[in-house]
Design a protein around this ligand. Sequence first.
Ligand SMILES: [Zn+2]
Length: 352
Amino acid sequence: MQGSPEERRDDGEDGTAGWENEERESLMMELSRMVQKVVKESSWWERRGVDCSILGAAFLSLPPAFLLLSCSQLPCFSLGMLLMGVAHAVITVKGTHLASHGALSDSKVLRKVCAVFFIEVCGSFSAHAGVNGHVKLHHAHTNIIGLGDSSIWKVPALPRTVYLFLAPLAVPVITPLVALAHQDGCSLVWRLRTVLMVALGLASQYWLLVNVSGFRSVHGALLCMLVCRAMFSVPFIHVNIFQHIGLPMFSMKKRPKRIDQMTLGVLNLPRNFLLDWTFGHSLISCHVEHHLFPFLSDNMCLKVKPVVSSYLNEKKLPYQEDTYLSRLHLFYHKYQELMVFAPPITELVGVQ
Ligand SMILES: [Zn+2]
C-alpha cells in the first residue's frame, strides 16, 4: 500500500519509516479480517440481541422500582432506589455509549432514533455533542494531545479527594448544563429538540415519582432523582480517566499508526459483575477491543477479546490491563502528575 505524499517525504533515505508504516497497517488489516470473520459467523442475538435484551430488562425494572419507592418501609424503599439507580446506569451509560456508536441496530434511522432517545431523553445530554465528542474526537484521536487526550475529564482546581469521590456526585446536575452550553454548530431546530428531549426525560421521571411513587414534596422527588442518577457517578468518572490518562500520549504532528495508538493508549480493567452489566464490556474489560473496533456491541467485544488479545500477544504488541484498585491507588498518589500537570508526549521512536 502506498503512503500519502507527506508520509513518503517523511521517510528516511533508506525508506525505513515507509516500510514500518506499511507493516503496522498490515497488522491492523490482518487483525480486522480476523475480527470481521468472527462477526460474520455470529448470529443477530450475539451481535445485537444480548445487549438490546439487557437494556430492555433495565426498562422493565422501572415499573417495579417506581412502585417500591411508594413503600413506607425502609428495606422496600431502599430496594426501589437501588433498582432505579442500577436501571438508570444501564440505560444512561451502557445505552448512551452503544447508541452513540450506532451499535444497537443495523438500520440507519433506528440508530438516529436510539441516539436521540438514549443520549437526550435518558442521558440529559445533546446527541450531537455526545457523538461529536465521543466518537469523532475521543475515538478518532485517542490520546492525541489537544484532541482526544481525555483532558475534558481534568479539573485541576479540585483537590484529589474531592475530584475522585465527591465531585462526581454532581454529574447529574452538570450534564444537562454542559449539554446546553455545547450547542455550537447546531441549528435552532436541533437546539430546541435537545432542550425538549432533555426536559421530557427529567419531567417524566419527576411526574412518575409524584404520581406513581407518591412523593409529596418537590424536594423529596428531586433528591430521589439525584440519588438514583448519581449512584454510579463515582465509578463512571473513575473508569473514564483510568483507561487513558497516564498512558502514552501522542503529538498531533507525529501520530502513530492506529494499531499502536490504540494498544499503547488504551487499558482494560478486569471483569466486574456490576460494571459489566451497568457500563458494558466495551467500557470495562474490552476497552482495547472497543477502541480498535468501535462499531461492535458490548457482547461482540467480549466475543472477539480472545482473538484480539492473543493476536496482540503473538505480535509482541502491548495489551494493557490493570485492576480498578491499582488504578485508583495510582491516580490518588500521582494526582498532581496525572490530572493537574500537562501529560508528557511519548515519541513512538523505537516502539516495535
Ligand atoms: Zn466508545
